[in-house]
Ligand binder design. Structure first.
Ligand code: RM4
Ligand code: MN
Ligand code: MN
Length: 433
């Protein structure tokens, strides 16, 4: 897209000059403090610099609720503009070079061209996402009463075919994973035969699994309610785990943080899936009540830290089959999606670095000595350490912004996009997520 406004590297480094003093001072002070704990700050900068999470293609557009959607200025109008925004996010934070594509919301007209367009912006494609929870124009059969588990085999066949097509598109894009989330379930007791629905799910998924290229993984995403309000077919991690096992070694369980009942111990679910070699990865977001899709770390940062504590524990102990795919899955209804995604990406790195600060030898000792207070104290010590200077330095060394939100605002990117992307009259959002 020639002539489209971009934030250039020299602007970022100019802006970084303004923050240099405090960063250097705070970094030196933190290095000193960490030395007392026998921690080399450079190791943590390395960890921060190596962390990667994917941006969902649907996340850069303004989201909405079932009540309303309030479109923002200069929203991306197609997948190319969405990739422009993803490129901008990555330029500033440097930890998000992958995009997770949703089909058909962001169905490419020419997948090879899109891959090249992404590559030119330092981006590539992570897991594909299918959609059999909505009807598309011209579709032969409706998903009103389900897709992969629908009683009518013709509906199931259509949903299977859609998933197979997603894999084919993903192949051209260079993706290596396919995520299946279905809205199938029941709104009323008795509506659906629980066991029969799950049998049908497995039957359908076996066909999709058979279409996976050898070097691909399949991610099963569970969710306990919504859009079905009484029961869902893949309701929890136990059902997801059972299905992943039934399907085969390349099927894994994806954890979306918003897809559990309130107060569920998600970090423990994560540990279980790691132990069973079936953790696919995450859709990160945060919630107060349900599948709120709020920004990662905004409501329960300690929970996010505890999840990363399990992940880092698995990383350090080289747990088998441990290759988690990290993605954000949020709905930005009242913020600029680019700002939310940058902040959320930073929250993930923060939790990851803090989890690396846990004194694991001391924690094991406390656990073995049955000393709960000391165990909690060790975790809290890591969680309360302000690692912001580490994140800032890691970003800066990678060419990103010390303060991504400030640099983004200074650049007037959004205003420029508002001029470049006049709102299309009557254009609908790709979906309410
Ligand atoms: C679902 C689920 C899926 C996402 C859709 C839009 O609740 O989280 O991952 O693709 O929303
Ligand atoms: Mn999700
Ligand atoms: Mn969700």
């Amino acid at each position: 897209m020639p002539g489209h406004f971009e934030i250039d590297d020299s602007f970022i480094s100019e802006q970084n000059q303004k923050s240099k003093d405090w960063v250097e001072e705070d970094f030196a002070a933190l290095a000193k403090k960490l030395r007392r704990q026998q921690v080399d700050i450079e190791d943590l900068v390395g960890k921060a610099g190596g962390f990667r999470a994917a941006i969902p293609s649907w996340g850069v557009g303004t989201g909405g609720t079932r009540f309303a959607r309030f479109p923002g200025e200069g929203e991306p109008r197609d997948i190319y503009e969405k990739l422009e925004d993803c490129g901008t996010i990555c330029k500033l934070v440097r930890s998000t070079p992958a995009v997770s594509l949703h089909i058909p919301w962001d169905q490419p007209d020419d997948a090879a061209r899109l891959r090249e367009f992404a590559r030119e912006r330092g981006l590539h494609f992570d897991a594909m996402n299918s959609n059999t929870f909505q009807d598309q124009p011209g579709q032969a059969h409706s998903y009103k009463f389900g897709s992969l588990t629908h009683p009518d085999p013709a509906v199931r066949a259509q949903a299977i075919e859609h998933n197979v097509e997603c894999i084919a598109i993903g192949r051209t894009l260079g993706s290596q994973a396919h995520t299946v989330w279905i809205g199938d379930g029941g709104n009323f007791p008795g509506q659906q035969h629980f066991r029969r629905a799950l049998e049908r799910y497995l039957e359908s998924m076996r066909e999709i699994y058979a279409a996976l290229p050898d070097d691909w993984r399949m991610f099963i995403e569970h969710k306990f309610y919504e859009p079905a309000f009484y029961s869902t077919v893949i309701n929890d991690w136990g059902t997801s785990y059972y299905c992943a096992r039934e399907l085969g070694p390349r099927a894994f369980c994806l954890v979306d943080l918003g897809h559990h009942a309130p107060n569920v111990n998600i970090e423990m679910i994560v540990a279980r899936l790691i132990q069973f070699g079936k953790l696919a990865g995450f859709h990160f977001n945060d919630s107060k009540y349900g599948d709120d899709d709020l920004d990662a770390g905004s409501i329960k940062p300690f929970q996010l830290f505890l999840i990363f504590n399990e992940l880092v524990d698995a990383e350090l102990s080289q747990a088998p089959n441990f290759m988690p795919a990290y993605m954000l899955d949020q709905s930005h209804n009242v913020t600029d999606p680019i700002e939310s995604l940058m902040m959320s990406a930073a929250e993930l790195v923060r939790a990851y670095v803090q989890a690396h600060l846990v004194d694991r030898a001391a924690l094991t000792e406390a656990q073995e000595r049955c000393d709960p207070l000391m165990a909690l104290h060790i975790l809290k010590q890591a969680f309360t350490t302000d690692v912001a200077p580490i994140l800032a330095v890691a970003r800066e060394r990678a060419g990103g912004a010390i303060d991504p939100i400030r640099v983004y605002r200074e650049s007037a990117y959004r205003k420029r996009k508002g001029e470049e992307r006049p709102a299309q009259k009557g254009a609908a959002a790709s979906g309410i997520v």
